[in-house]
Structures are given as structure tokens and as C-alpha cells.
Design a protein around this ligand. Sequence first.
Ligand code: HEC
Ligand code: HEC
Length: 322
Amino acid sequence: MHLLFFAINAFNPDAFTPGKEYAYSEEKAALGKKLFNDKILSNNNTRSCATCHIPEKAFTDGLPKSMSLENSELSRNAPSLNYAGFQHGQFWDMRKDDLEGQSSDVISNKEEMHGDLNLILVKINQHKEYQSAFEKIYHSPKTEVWQLQNVLASYIRSLAGFNSDFDHYMRGNKSAMNESQKRGFNLFVGKAQCAICHFVPLFNGTVPPVFKKTEQEVLGVAVNGENKTFDEDPGRGKFHETVASLQHSFKTPTLRNINKTAPYMHNGGYKTLREVMDFYNKGGGKGIGFTIENQTLSDTPLQLTNQEIDDIIEFMKALDDR
Ligand code: HEC
Ligand code: HEC
């Protein structure tokens, strides 16, 4: 049983697509990869998706908050795209259900790429190589918006290697993780209570018993690791103004490849995993002293020792894809 659960193909990407015409294929992913790296998707051919989602940084940009086209800060940190295909809500506030919906949001966003999907389609339909690649996949004479969205989404669905040291360990290679990482895993699922929200094996948040939803939580995150000022971003609450429990709630993201994606949290305010651990160890926002009626994270300090914190951080490094 454990072998199946930790197998490289344990998760079916098509369980997360909006319909059967969106089914995953390697051909779609390969075309999506080209477009992901092509500035053709932005208004003045100035940026591509990879401008803010850099492969070496697990598809983040290393900045606290991404920069807009006018070089001012956007409101949030660029999340990793690895394993983003296996969640039922996209963006920190889950404002889109699936990856297809997500890409049109970003392309047309004035600050991010300021692209016009219809103009982009004209460019693509005039581009011999792209046009014939789309035709081969979808068998239609002209590329349509949903097809562009679908190939980009397919590429992102392919970014799930399941080949970290943790995966190798769970598949039976007992030397793939060191002693500190093993202790860290036991703390992660035990004393530190991380796995209450970051579910093994994707290490993201989901809702049992059917796991068909992605979970949001309220941690009471501060504007930065000094933990002095509460971050007022309403998160999901922006779309549910009358629901008190959703104010300042954010998606529980995957922790896979987390070692490559500093800085952390929706606001990129926490520079290191140690700062993140310090926040959790104090009981989150409430534990620090912020007034947050609806915090879902326990505010009881975890009382982790320095050694225990080191072990948990070491364990998180075992989640890097090789
Ligand atoms: C200007 C930088 C920038 C560019 C360019 C950009 N993104 Fe993003 N991306 C972001 C930021 C910032 C977020 C988080 C926004 C939020 O949650 O409110 C994000 C979120 C996402 C997410 C959601 C992931 C998750 O786990 O919630 C996906 C998927 C994504 N981007 C894919 C793309 C694709 C595909 C492109 C190209 C069409 C692209 N991005 C271009 C900055 C950028
Ligand atoms: C109550 C649910 C909950 C618990 C318990 C929890 N987390 Fe989280 N975690 C979240 C949510 C939600 C976020 C995103 C919060 C935000 O950005 O405002 C997050 C973010 C993170 C991040 C930053 C992710 C990124 O991409 O920037 C790390 C690292 C992390 N958690 C590690 C841990 C560890 C280690 C533990 C145990 C000590 C833990 N979490 C316990 C829900 C939880």
C-alpha cells in the first residue's frame, strides 16, 4: 500500500482538469513549455511566464513580491509551480479553481503581462511552428483560447517529479535521508503538528475524506519575520466579505522544493525557513500577540528546541526534487 501511495504516478493529473478535452499529454506539455518561455504571451513581447517563475528556483523569482511591468511591487510573492497541478485552488487566495483559469488571469493582468488573449491568438495563428503544433494536438484549423490555456496548464501539470530524497526513502532506499531528516519528519508529523495542514505526500492542504478541495487556513502572518506588524491582506476573505472565518485566510501551499523558494509566505516577508519556524514555534499571529479571532493555527507555542527546529528544516530539504 505505501508503495502505491508514494509511487511516481500515484496522482492522476486528469483528476484535476476541468473536462476530458483537457486531458494531460506529453505533447501538450512540450508545447506549453515553449510558450511558457516565450515573450510572445506579453503585450510588448517583454516578458514570459519564466520571468517570474524561474525553473532553478522551483519556478519562483526569489523576490519578496514580484515586480510589475512598471517596476513596482505586486501585492504577493510568486509561488512555486511544482505540484501546482495537484491542487483545487490556484493563487494564494484560490481565486481560480484550475490552471486553465489561472493562465488567462495572469496573461491579461495589466501589471503582470498585460497581454490580450485575442491578440496573442492572432500572433500564434500567424506563427507557423506554433500553429501546426496546436493543429496536430487539437485538430482544429485555428488555435482557440482554451487550447492555449490547456497547453500552459499541461506544462505546469508536468512539473511534478516525485523524485526527492523523501520519495526515494519512502520507496525503500533507507539511506536517502539522514538521521536529522528522519527526526525532522517525525517532528513534522508529531510534536510540531505541521502535517495537520501540510498533508503527506504532497505537503499541501486538502480536505478529507474525499480530498476534492484545497484547504485555506488563518495563521496570522506578519508583514515580515520580525513579527511586529500584522499583514492586513484579506486573502480569500476578499471574495467572501461577510464570512468572518475566511478573513486573512490563505491556501496551504505544498512544501515540496521549499528549500529553493525563499522568501516565504504570501507576502514573501519571511527570509528563511528559520524565520518561518520561529513564527510557528511562537503560536503564529495570536501567539505573537496579534488580535485574530479566527486563527485556525493553534496559538499554543510548540516549544521546539533549536535542535528540533534544525531537524525540521533539514527534513524540508529532503523535499527538493533531484
Ligand atoms: C510579474 C510576474 C509574473 C508573471 C509574468 C507570471 N506570474 Fe504566475 N504568479 C505570479 C504571482 C505574484 C502569483 C501569485 C499571485 C496571487 O496569489 O495573488 C502567481 C501565481 C501563479 C500560479 C498559481 C500557483 C499557485 O500555487 O497558486 C500559477 C499556476 C502561475 N502563476 C502560472 C503562470 C503562468 C502560466 C504565467 C505565464 C502565462 C505566469 N504565471 C506569469 C507572478 C507572475
Ligand atoms: C493551521 C494550518 C498549518 C499548520 C499547522 C502549518 N502550516 Fe505551514 N502554511 C499554512 C498556510 C495556510 C501557509 C500560507 C500562509 C501565508 O502565506 O499567509 C503556510 C506556509 C508555510 C510555509 C511557507 C510556504 C511558501 O511557499 O512560502 C512553510 C515553509 C511552512 N508553512 C511550513 C510549515 C511547518 C514546518 C509547519 C509545522 C511547524 C507548518 N507549516 C504548520 C498552513 C499551516
